[in-house]
Design a protein around this ligand. Sequence first.
Ligand code: ATP
Ligand code: MG
Length: 183
Amino acid sequence: MQFTKLRLVGFKSFVDPTELLIHRGLTGVVGPNGCGKSNLLEALRWVMGENRPTAMRGTGMEDVIFAGAASRPARNYAEVTLTVDNSDRLAPPAFNQTDKLEVVRRITRDAGSAYKANGAEARARDVQMLFADASTGSHSPALVRQGQISELINAKPRARRRILEEAAGISGLYQRRHEAELK
Ligand code: ATP
Ligand code: MG
């Protein structure tokens, strides 16, 4: 599975529809402080199912919706679309019908989040699992937040183990075990 495109509408500072093409190899995002580089990474985490407002540097999930600026009114929803090249057909069975997979997450004020996969409604859990199994996921060690290196150095053993499990690609199993324990 390979990410090919990230599209944002009304997500944080990206009020107008914005598309980022992700080619194979290295993609660099450069720009002055506050231009939205970190917001792009947060959009990627968010569409993969991140549910902790703190991971989005907010206090509530609706904080990802464009909050307005001097010249622009606030928006009522935020939407992020992640396009994935699934031509290696490594997605889990529920998502593995097509070479191109499009996952959309949308949050509407006072109405919460909804997901779609290739146009059909999808459950948050299935989207999280889709990416967790592909060793990406919103908690992937491949996504390193600003300030995270010092957090890693100071991490407690249990937190460090989670990081190793993500790296080993078994966090989908971890998530299922956690769910089984809750039942
Ligand atoms: P740095 O180089 O300092 O790390 P950056 O390019 O990573 O900066 P971001 O932190 O991604 O910048 O963007 C911060 C900007 O996003 C701020 O201007 C902030 O006001 C804006 N922003 C964050 N959330 C929202 C929101 N909900 N609505 C509108 N703007 C927002
Ligand atoms: Mg930043």
